[in-house]
Write a protein that binds this ligand. Structure first.
Ligand SMILES: Cc1cc2nc3c(=O)[nH]c(=O)nc-3n(C[C@H](O)[C@H](O)[C@H](O)COP(=O)(O)OP(=O)(O)OC[C@H]3O[C@@H](n4cnc5c(N)ncnc54)[C@H](O)[C@@H]3O)c2cc1C
Length: 357
């Protein structure tokens, strides 16, 4: 890869930063533009589940990508910790799916059978096994559970901090508070019009999360639409080992960071980019959290926050009507999980295009 090749990335969330690091490793000169603080949007808000077991039960391209990315994660975290010298809370302890009725148990069992065919293993647990290994979980009416040993969690804020550090060490130029306003795609290169001036590059990547399709792009057809889906999370400060794995019941999940923060999520609302906290969404999450962990009924969440998941018709990973313009958005509820595989796909696309230029 000739070192003169340059790439500009619109968006410094986990997707844009992971791509930046990967392309810098290939020898490209990389600049990342962010409208605000890099890593300050969905990538700051995400719970950080790396959990195909909670997400997929049918064969799809997305499920295959998710499983590939899950396999890449241990190496990704190890290299990022080494290169940044920042610790990353990464826990490979699995996930527990709970059933509190025979109907819920039947649904868990049929889902598990479908997942087995995808390569997502799980095993049944009895209520007494759950009570032994997860002593804080509600036992009354517990009908059974399934354990997914390959599901894991990571702290996305640690990832972002470490990625910012490796970007700095790799001479990647980070441009915070510098929105990309217009992108002009030509045969010889791409021009970024930003709030701080104009800049030309060989390749451009659109990785602006839920805002991606609002960028004004010339020279190619309109970008695939992306819209925000707001999600609330709540968190309780709890003693270590309150929740050793991801715990799921219905649409609710709980997980605990190494620092003790026990997180419960998540709501999903199509309300545009409205950042207000909705007390009814917080109340519903708190009620579900205290259903699973009854002792939480005696306490209030220490923190609540929202973020905007980027929803599109699919995950867009690759060239858009020009080998010089690459899309990396639409990761919806799995962008933390999909970051390593996204960077690998974009790097492959840039590499292939550079060889043919
Ligand atoms: C409540 C919640 C829980 C979640 N839980 C999980 C989970 O457990 N596991 C998982 O894998 N995923 C989870 N996700 C999804 C995950 O957080 C996202 O898919 C992922 O963070 C998307 O990353 P991104 O870099 O594409 O977007 P973002 O992190 O939103 O980054 C986009 C960046 O682009 C910048 N930008 C926007 N417009 C412009 C512009 N014009 N010019 C320059 N910069 C611009 C923004 O400022 C932002 O920094 C969750 C999301 C939410 C909201």
């Amino acid at each position: 890869m000739p070192s003169a090749q340059s790439v500009a990335i619109a968006g410094g969330g986990i997707i844009g930063l992971t791509i930046a690091w990967r392309l810098a490793q290939l020898g490209l000169a990389v600049t990342v533009y962010d409208k605000g603080a890099p890593g300050g949007e969905a990538s700051w808000a995400g719970a950080g589940m790396l959990a195909p077991g909670g997400e997929f039960d049918a064969i799809s391209e997305l499920a295959a990508l998710a499983l590939e990315s899950r396999r890449l994660y241990p190496g990704f975290v190890r290299k990022l910790e080494e290169a940044s010298r920042r610790p990353i809370d990464f826990q490979e302890r699995g996930a527990l799916d709970l059933a509190y009725s025979s109907a819920e148990l039947a649904s868990l069992e049929s889902r598990a059978a479908a997942q087995q065919r995808l390569g997502i293993p799980s095993k049944p647990l009895t209520p007494s096994q759950v009570a032994t290994f997860w002593p804080h979980i509600r036992k009354s009416s517990l009908a059974g559970a399934r354990f997914y040993r390959q599901d894991a969690i990571v702290d996305p804020r640690h990832l972002v901090t470490a990625l910012m550090e490796v970007c700095r060490k790799s001479n990647i130029i980070l441009m915070p508070d510098c929105p990309v306003e217009r992108v002009s795609v030509g045969g010889a290169g791409v021009r970024f019009h930003t709030s701080q001036g104009v800049s030309d590059c060989d390749f451009a990547v659109i990785a602006a999360g839920a805002w991606s399709s609002s960028l004004d792009v010339e020279g190619v057809p309109a970008l695939p639409r992306c819209e925000p889906v707001r999600g609330h999370l709540i968190a309780y400060q709890q003693p270590a080992h309150t929740c050793e794995t991801i715990v799921r019941h219905g649409h609710t999940y709980l997980l605990q960071r190494a620092n003790g923060l026990l997180i419960a999520g998540a709501s999903a609302e199509r309300v545009g980019f409205v950042r207000d906290i909705d007390p009814s969404a917080v109340g519903a999450l708190a009620s579900e959290a205290s259903f699973v962990f009854p002792h939480l009924a005696e306490t209030s969440p220490a923190e609540t926050w929202v973020g905007f998941r980027p929803l599109s018709d699919s995950v867009h990973l690759g060239a858009w009507h020009s080998p010089r313009l690459l899309l990396a958005y639409g990761h919806y509820r799995n962008g933390i999980l999909l970051a390593p595989v996204t960077a690998a796909r974009i790097a492959a696309a840039v590499n292939a295009s550079s060889r043919t230029q």
